[in-house]
Unconditional design. Structure first.
Length: 88
């Protein structure tokens, strides 16, 4: 995989340049776009508790705004995420 830091830095530079010149688009080569896509595809999917298959539903009492995780048994806010999350 290409160097993550360099890809991000190059893309940030292009976005900054486009913004400072008032453009509504970023000028990228096909090769740069492929590198960015490769980097994005390598990122793990983030699954929030509200969308996780281990979500047992709303808690009771003081934890009403939370859901309980079947995997850990812990209450979490619906927008929380963890490494063990799996989409329903």
């Amino acid at each position: 995989m290409p160097d993550r830091g360099k890809i991000i830095s190059d893309f940030e530079h292009e976005v900054f340049k486009a913004h400072s010149e008032g453009w509504d688009f970023v000028d990228l080569t096909t090769e740069d776009a492929k590198k960015i896509l490769e980097l994005l595809k390598g990122q793990p999917e983030i699954v929030r508790c509200k969308d996780c298959k281990f979500n047992s539903g709303k808690c009771n009492g003081l934890y009403l705004q939370f859901v309980t995780c079947y995997k850990t048994g812990s209450p979490h806010k619906e927008d929380w995420f963890c490494a063990d999350g799996e989409r329903q």
